[in-house]
Design a protein around this ligand. Sequence first.
Ligand code: HEC
Ligand code: HEC
Ligand code: HEC
Ligand code: HEC
Ligand code: HEC
Ligand code: HEC
Ligand code: HEC
Ligand code: HEC
Ligand code: HEC
Length: 300
Amino acid sequence: MRRPLRLMLMMSAASLLATAASLASVVSSSSERATAKKDHPPVTAMTGAACTNCHADILARRVMHGPAASGDCAACHIVTSSAGTRRIGLKGNASSRDTAALCVACHTDTADRLKQAHRHAPVASGNCSACHDPHGSAYRFQLPADGNQTCMKCHEDIAQALAQTHVHGPAVNACVICHDAHAAAHPAQLKAAGNDMCVACHVDAAADAAASDPRALFGPARIDGLDTLISKAPRILLEGSLTMGHPTRGHPVDARPDPAEKGRSLRCASCHNPHGSVGAKLLRFGATGVSSLCIRCHSF
Ligand code: HEC
Ligand code: HEC
Ligand code: HEC
Ligand code: HEC
Ligand code: HEC
Ligand code: HEC
Ligand code: HEC
Ligand code: HEC
Ligand code: HEC
């Protein structure tokens, strides 16, 4: 339980910092140095210049969010009152930590996808702004950082795996090749059942009818470099509906209990770390050679 607890502490520290930073930016961008107890200045309208005269920083982002860019502040904000003090709050009882209902009111296709069985923790709690600035940011999709850095700020263990000498091309390229950032039908928000993911790139679909076409599985190449990764992936040979034949003839890769991890099935990730490792071929358990891997599950 140590890791999730540390993560939660990290997250709450990070969100405190973020809140402090955003409040600081409001105060400094404004001529009136208001304190938290004061009324919000009176507002004449809920749109455009009526707000951005004082909140110019909201519009000064490279990648703007549609409704903020068009000055439609009222799409999300309302004038409220807290203990007799005028505040500008969020519509529909949304809080800055839970905006899911507010967001999916416009993004209806996201709402459908969020109904899938395996939801990413910050998404499940409605914390959309953990990853998307509701107004805009310097990055695509209003993310807080470039590409994988969005994920690394909470997943320090994965950042460590990617700092190893042997790293997996797709993980360096984009976490979202394999994981859906929001939700998916498979554990760990994987876009396909464990091995299917790996097999799509590492078994030749043309040569083995049981393997699926990676371009069909990963969708049209919305992710830069995906086509190159698919074509560069070293191919392995499998037999018997892709459940055995690797790393040695007749060795199972599926449909057996994993002797190294109680309660889980043998899978590609039983022996390979999908992100990075100290030894070649992404071998798990710190194995730097094949024999130090085998003895994790066998005593020959
Ligand atoms: C006259 C300048 C001014 C105008 C106009 C203005 N604001 Fe503000 N706004 C401020 C200041 C100053 C604060 C910081 C208040 C505080 O911390 O108590 C603030 C704070 C906020 C906050 C944080 C929550 C709160 O109530 O403190 C939101 C949200 C907000 N403004 C939205 C808006 C929107 C939307 C509009 C247009 C309808 C708008 N503001 C118009 C000066 C202004
Ligand atoms: C898509 C919904 C949405 C729209 C549109 C929107 N906001 Fe916000 N706004 C939010 C949310 C959510 C927060 C709370 C952010 C947080 O805590 O991370 C917020 C917070 C703020 C704050 C206080 C904290 C900060 O980020 O500075 C200000 C000021 C603000 N909004 C002004 C505006 C103005 C001005 C507009 C119109 C130009 C606008 N907003 C349009 C959703 C929206
Ligand atoms: C009033 C309707 C509305 C609300 C509410 C709203 N959005 Fe949007 N959103 C839009 C529009 C319009 C666009 C720009 C058109 C587009 O690319 O889909 C957009 C674009 C986006 C994009 C970029 C999509 C892309 O393909 O580039 C993201 C990410 C996003 N919104 C997230 C959010 C989040 C998170 C919230 C809640 C804080 C939210 N939206 C609330 C209307 C809305
Ligand atoms: C852990 C980070 C993270 C959280 C939390 C998150 N998103 Fe996203 N979102 C992303 C990333 C990364 C993308 C870029 C496109 C992709 O990889 O699917 C994205 C893309 C989007 C898009 C545009 C493209 C698409 O897939 O339709 C919308 C809309 C969106 N998110 C809405 C939301 C809403 C609503 C929430 C809260 C319920 C939310 N997001 C929470 C990371 C996140
Ligand atoms: C705001 C913090 C935060 C961000 C940003 C974030 N995550 Fe997470 N993620 C979590 C938390 C909390 C959990 C649940 C605890 C855990 O299992 O580590 C989680 C769980 C996961 C899991 C499932 C772990 C499991 O064992 O089921 C995956 C996969 C994942 N995240 C991938 C990503 C990806 C990919 C991104 C970037 C698009 C990302 N995360 C960004 C906080 C975050
Ligand atoms: C090639 C596909 C692939 C890519 C790309 C990928 N992952 Fe994973 N990830 C997996 C698989 C498969 C698992 C499940 C491992 C298992 O079954 O033990 C996993 C598990 C995880 C977990 C759960 C904890 C763990 O270590 O098992 C987290 C968190 C995670 N990934 C985050 C990320 C982040 C962040 C990135 C981008 C830096 C990323 N992943 C890129 C395939 C991938
Ligand atoms: C029982 C452990 C084990 C399992 C399960 C396993 N592998 Fe391996 N894999 C290995 C070993 C050991 C090597 C290194 C073989 C060598 O160097 O001779 C390897 C090598 C590889 C290579 C590198 C091939 C090359 O030519 O460089 C790929 C790709 C690979 N495995 C993919 C997979 C995929 C995909 C799966 C799931 C279908 C999988 N592995 C399941 C142990 C395993
Ligand atoms: C999008 C395509 C893609 C997917 C999906 C994918 N891989 Fe790979 N994989 C590659 C490429 C490309 C390489 C070549 C070396 C590199 O860039 O890392 C590679 C290399 C490897 C290697 C050999 C590394 C070495 O040192 O030679 C192993 C083992 C491996 N992948 C296992 C997996 C496993 C296990 C999964 C599923 C969790 C998986 N791969 C999913 C593209 C993919
Ligand atoms: C993650 C655990 C794991 C690792 C690591 C592993 N194996 Fe296995 N191995 C299994 C399982 C599970 C079976 C099936 C056992 C059963 O059905 O009773 C198996 C079966 C075998 C068999 C008998 C099946 C056959 O005919 O091939 C041999 C031989 C074998 N493994 C050799 C190896 C070698 C050599 C290595 C190192 C390259 C290795 N194993 C690494 C889990 C593992």
